[in-house]
Design a protein around this ligand. Structure first.
Ligand SMILES: C[S@@+](CC[C@H](N)C(=O)[O-])C[C@H]1O[C@@H](n2cnc3c(N)ncnc32)[C@H](O)[C@@H]1O
Length: 207
């Protein structure tokens, strides 16, 4: 387990930290084909996407600054110029840092499932979150959510299905040879693969 001193926080020099009282600021409004990951963790998935798609721009959001330090180490090691990060709560950061209708795709890979019923309120996926996601996506933009937690998947699916603003384009388990398998290439995805867990995917498009 790394200690706090093991993190080079100077890497966060140009990384915005968004809090409840931060001013609204559409800092990325000039970006094209913007792809965002909420709860990006140590950045394995999003930095790989940025390296594979140099013409697209990417932004990762995570609550924990030490995780964003890990992301910035990957950015530096691969000399990536098309990816940025924000430290903060995903709902606040989406709301404050992006213009409405700006984002092409939002990923949520392996969010904390908060399995106990009394903790469900802590889940990122909830109607208020979906409202912000809908506002920030462009028409035809999509939201991609992958989890190993079947109950969290079913819970989220019920919200999405009852919301007529979306076209659901994929909803179910994904197998090993599925071409969406790239979605599992994150720190937690790799961990759950080693434990041979099943993966559930929910993908929907803003009408
Ligand atoms: C289980 S980890 C998954 C990380 C990464 N997506 C992966 O698949 O390896 C969940 C991540 O979501 C972040 N997180 C939890 N709640 C959040 C919130 N409200 N806003 C932004 N990030 C959040 C945590 O700090 C953590 O890094």
């Amino acid at each position: 387990m790394p200690r706090y001193n093991d993190y080079d926080f100077s890497l966060l020099e140009n990384v915005p930290i968004v809090k409840a009282d931060s001013p609204a600021n559409s800092i990325y409004k000039e970006e094209t084909l913007l792809t965002v990951e909420v709860g990006c963790g140590n950045g394995h998935f999003l930095t790989a996407q940025a390296a594979a798609h140099p013409d697209n721009t990417f932004c990762g959001i995570d609550l924990k600054s030490e995780r964003i330090v890990r992301c910035m180490q990957k950015v530096r090691a691969a000399a990536l110029e098309n990816i940025r990060f924000i430290v903060g709560d995903a709902m606040l950061a989406l709301d404050k840092c992006f213009a409405d209708g700006q984002i092409a795709r939002i990923y949520m890979t392996f969010p904390d499932p908060w399995p106990k019923k009394r903790h469900h309120k802590n889940r990122l996926f909830k109607p208020e979150f979906l409202d912000i996601v809908w506002n920030k996506l462009k028409v035809g933009g999509d939201f991609v959510f992958i989890t190993d937690h079947e109950e969290y998947f079913e819970w989220s699916k019920a919200f999405a299905e009852s919301d007529s603003r979306w076209d659901i384009t994929f909803c179910g388990a994904i197998g090993e040879n599925d071409d969406r398998e790239y979605l599992t290439q994150s720190l937690f995805g790799e961990k759950w693969k080693r434990e041979e867990r099943d993966f559930y995917l929910l993908e929907f498009t803003k009408k």
